[in-house]
Design a protein around this ligand. Structure first.
Ligand code: TPP
Length: 589
């Protein structure tokens, strides 16, 4: 490898290896060059080059999501760093281990009029699990250090021995800081920021052999607490409601799934992102809740569905409706099981059982002999809605709902699906599970990085990736396609309803002044030229027949990724959806 002569670079690379951070997404820059060269010439790292830092960071998130391992993003000094923020906020709330490595100028060069310089230390403080600003080496370019009149590192009277001693102390501190930050990333599951001050010259390297990880680090915290308290509640309860949010595939094992599914006291409501399924689980939360909400007797019905124990697992929940129903139940006990963060989403005062769910639930055992009709009560409702849903879908006019129905039926079983915010993931939840797994950036529910995340995921996923997005999210993150790693099996479906269709669905939003300009942000863009520019196959359809024909060919093998753009009528999409929920509500009488 080519190792920079700047000592801190060695510490950073060594500690990344020690903590198994072996994938690094690199945005171009010169301040970061000493680290870039070290990483790209070391055989232990897989590196990717992406220009736009915002896209690079979301790409890293997609890698981390699929690899289930930490991924680093390296950028240069200045505003480059702030462009990483949206992905860091997403990683914080969805708990992905992302390491931001920012090259910086030495402290004495900040705020004195030097170019490409901002206050980098602590920029992400509110949305990271740990951070450090490393110390500048004093053995590298001593003249520049001494010349600056604001630094207190060394001065012209310092002897070589004193400088050497200072340098050793700096390296020791830097290593300790790196170890602390990287282990916090594992313990608290989230992004961390390492700011690295580098003085010029930046391009001096020695050729050395690759260094190897120094020690196996303790990567997780052991759980020691016992939760007998929960066990007694579990055994005594006759109405247990599980709500499962975002989970990676296979997080819950088959034994546990079957144990929960066959316990008549247990109802499992889950979302498409939870990547679990069973006939006795309810995957379409909104399909059950919204029709009830429309009824005059809704309060009584919701009260009759109230659990005596609420158990949650996984990350963010998409359905707003389940949140509002559960928030109306004020005396229900709420436990969250898992080593992820426990959030008081339902205002019930959550208690955290910080243990991996499989082993914990196995230890509890089921209580399937207890008499309870709770599961049956919910399943009956879900069944009614399923029948009504099928009936309605048989007569659907061409619209977003129609398009999602057809898309969901078309997806091959082995595809990883990436959903954009906001209506794509919401529409998806109304239909039967498709593909192998589902993901969506629900940490902050942003529209600025879904395509980049999907591209990142597609690069390391063993199975093909399908991105399904609305038009604003697609054009917002158009730099995602400025990416040379997109595999030929990458597929993207763009549901183009000419603006933010979600705003038409929100109650009363359409009546706001200048709705089309400031909310829907109507436009006439298409992806045709972007597809051409980025070398992707492209097809646009505007009708049911066109869609059917296009989907028939869309997943076939090709030498380039493909975009299928489906133009839907913005003026009727929301009406079709409203009629759908009215129909479901009336059919259950
Ligand atoms: C970065 C960011 N800016 C603004 C929003 C607010 N927002 C949520 S959905 C949405 C519109 C998305 O439109 P589109 O991608 O066309 O999908 P659809 O309307 O079909 O949901 C906007 C602007 C957001 N979530 N993230």
């Amino acid at each position: 490898m080519n190792l920079s002569t700047i000592p801190v670079v060695r510490s950073v690379i060594q500690q990344l290896l020690n903590y198994e951070v072996c994938h690094v997404v690199i945005a171009p820059g010169s301040r970061s060059a000493p680290i870039t060269v070290g990483l790209t010439t070391h055989s232990g790292f897989t590196t990717y080059s992406i220009v736009d830092e915002r896209s690079a960071a979301f790409f890293a998130l997609g890698l981390a999501q699929q690899l289930q391992k930490p991924v680093a993003v390296l950028c240069t000094s200045g505003s480059a760093l702030i462009n990483i923020y949206p992905a860091i906020a997403e990683a914080y709330y969805s708990q992905y281990p992302i390491v931001v490595l920012s090259a910086d100028r030495p402290t004495y060069q900040i705020d004195i009029g030097n170019g490409q310089t901002i206050r980098q230390k602590g920029v992400f403080s509110k949305h990271i699990v740990s951070e450090t600003a490393l110390l500048q080496d004093v053995t590298h370019n001593q003249a520049a250090i001494i010349e600056s009149n604001t630094q207190m590192l060394i001065d012209s009277k310092s002897t070589p021995k004193e400088i050497e001693r200072s340098q050793q102390a700096i390296e020791k501190k830097n290593n300790t800081r790196l170890e602390e930050v990287l282990s916090q990333m594992y313990v608290h599951k989230g992004p961390v920021h390492i700011n690295i001050p580098l003085e010029e010259p930046l391009y001096d390297f020695d050729e050395v052999s690759d260094f190897t990880p120094q020690q196996q680090q303790q990567l997780t915290t052991p759980n020691t607490k016992q939760y007998k308290d929960f066990a007694s509640k579990w055994l005594a309860s006759k109405r247990i409601l599980f709500v499962v949010g975002t989970l990676p595939p296979n997080r819950l094992n088959e034994k546990i799934i079957s144990m929960l599914a066959n316990d008549p006291r247990v109802v499992v409501l889950h979302e498409i992102n939870s990547n679990i399924s069973h006939d006795n689980f309810i995957a379409h939360i909104d399909r059950v809740i919204i029709p009830i909400e429309k009824k005059k007797s809704s309060q009584d019905i919701f009260q009759s569905l109230c659990p005596d124990l609420l158990v949650t697992m996984g990350g963010m929940v998409v359905s707003k409706k389940i949140k509002s129903v559960l928030r109306s139940y004020n005396s229900v006990l709420h436990y969250h099981i898992g080593t992820d963060r426990a959030l008081d989403t339902y205002y019930l005062g959550v208690q955290h059982i910080e243990i991996e769910p499989n082993s914990f639930l196995r230890g509890l055992g089921s209580n399937s002999d207890t008499e309870s009709s709770y599961q049956q009560q919910w399943l009956q409702l879900a069944k009614q809605k399923e029948i009504a849903h099928q009936k309605f879908c048989r007569k659907l006019p061409f619209s977003d709902l129609y398009v999602f129905d057809k898309i969901m039926r078309s997806i091959p079983k082995n595809y990883n699906i990436q959903w954009a915010n906001s209506s794509p993931i919401r529409y998806a939840q109304l239909f039967a599970k498709a593909g192998a797994s589902s993901y969506c950036n629900r940490g902050t529910s942003g529209i600025e990085g879904s395509i980049s995340t999907a591209v990142g995921a597609s690069v390391v996923s063993e199975t093909p990736t399908l991105m399904i997005t609305g038009d604003l999210s697609f054009f917002y993150d158009s730099n995602a396609l400025w990416n040379k790693y997109i595999p030929p099996n990458f597929r993207l479906i763009l549901v183009n309803n000419g603006g933010g269709g979600i705003f038409r669905i929100l109650p009363n939003a359409k009546e706001t002044p200048d709705f089309e300009t400031y909310f829907e942000t109507k436009h006439r863009r298409t992806a045709k030229w972007m597809a051409k520019q980025y070398g992707l196959c492209y097809k646009r359809v505007r009708s049911g027949l066109g869609l059917r024909l296009a989907l028939g060919r869309f997943y076939s093998a090709s030498s380039r990724g493909k975009i299928l753009e489906i133009c839907t009528p913005s003026n009727t999409n929301d009406l079709v959806l409203q009629t759908y929920f009215d129909f479901l509500s009336n059919q259950s009488d």
